[in-house]
Design a protein. Structure first.
Length: 328
């Protein structure tokens, strides 16, 4: 190639590159979705840890192909509306509401941003969705329908302590689903011949007085609401139940692993993993309105024989035979 021709070719190549480089630079960056975990309790609560791990198992790595944020009310339900409003201003891609108050705050803040709920109340009765099969709005997710679980838990307590008459129901007033739910639980207790004593506690400062009230009311056994606050403080509650020698039934296997007597309900980790799959489906294009609300399909009966022995209780063979796990 002659020198003149070479110079012309090089000059043309440089001009071509100059034209192409700005076009390449102008290409929009790939959008990394932002998902926020909205919680009534603190960042260190078990649910938050499980949720992050669940998303990682689905292939989402924080800071690479997803941005995971958390907003935590640290036990103060009054902070949730402001936290939810802040997420709407940031226009996050998905909000994960992890309790009835968190779901309500997110619902009141937006009708467009997808919300994945993890709730123990009836989402239809509470007005979150039109129906379980066809949510119809921007909310879907997982419901435990804990009212149904409470009935089963009361039946198990009655089998464990046949002479049982008075049951304490540790209730978080920040967690009321609807007034009807509590009425339903009282009605179920009456059918079983049990008197339900509802004892309120909002957090650690209330636990000692709550258990003192159980003694005053001469309650003979204990049930607890599976609120985020009680889950976060499960070791303290289990310890107080042992101190007051109250046979207690809880909602999660993890409560029994912490020393509780008995639990009947879905696995906490499995429930949160199910919610994470909703986030995955929404990020891949699914609409909340088209995703049926799901309930856990597996419910575990777990018994701690060491705790039973400390309470002087003999677990009936009929209950042992049905147990999915026995901790010795």
């Amino acid at each position: 190639m002659r020198r003149r021709d070479l110079l012309v070719w090089v000059t043309g190549l440089v001009a071509t590159l100059r034209l192409r480089l700005p076009l390449a630079a102008a290409q929009p960056a790939v959008k990394v979705p932002r998902v926020c975990y909205l919680s009534l309790v603190s960042a260190g609560a078990p649910g938050h840890v499980i949720f992050r791990r669940s998303l990682r198992e689905l292939g989402y790595v924080d800071g690479q192909n997803i941005v995971l944020q958390g907003r935590f009310a640290d036990g103060d339900v009054a902070r949730l509306p402001a936290l939810a409003a802040d997420l709407v201003r940031q226009n996050v891609d998905v909000i994960v509401g992890t309790s009835p108050p968190a779901v309500r705050a997110a619902k009141d803040a937006t009708r467009t941003i997808p919300i994945v709920m993890i709730t123990g109340d009836d989402p239809v009765r509470s007005g979150y969705v039109a129906s379980l099969a066809r949510p119809g709005g921007n909310i879907t997710g997982v419901t435990l329908l804990t009212v149904d679980l409470f009935v089963k838990q009361m039946e198990l307590l009655k089998q464990l302590v046949p002479a049982l008459r008075r049951v304490a129901f540790l209730w978080d007033p920040d967690m009321p689903s609807t007034a009807q739910d509590l009425t339903d639980v009282r009605t179920a207790a009456g059918v079983l011949g049990l008197q339900l004593e509802v004892i309120e506690a909002q957090g650690p400062d209330d636990y000692e007085s709550a258990f003192a009230a159980m003694t005053t009311e001469r309650t003979e056994a204990l049930m607890t609401v599976s609120s985020p606050t009680f889950i976060q403080d499960r070791s303290r509650i289990v310890s107080l139940a042992a101190k007051h020698r109250l046979p207690a039934i809880y909602g999660f296997k993890e409560d029994v692993e912490a020393g509780g007597l008995m639990a009947y309900g879905p696995g906490q980790a499995e429930t949160i993993r199910l919610a994470a799959t909703y986030v995955d489906r929404i990020l891949k294009g699914a609409k909340p309105a088209d995703l049926p609300v799901e309930q856990p399909t597996k419910f575990e009966l777990v018994i701690n024989l060491k705790t039973a022995k400390a309470l002087g209780l003999a677990i009936p063979p009929s209950i042992l035979a049905r147990a999915d796990e026995v901790i010795e």
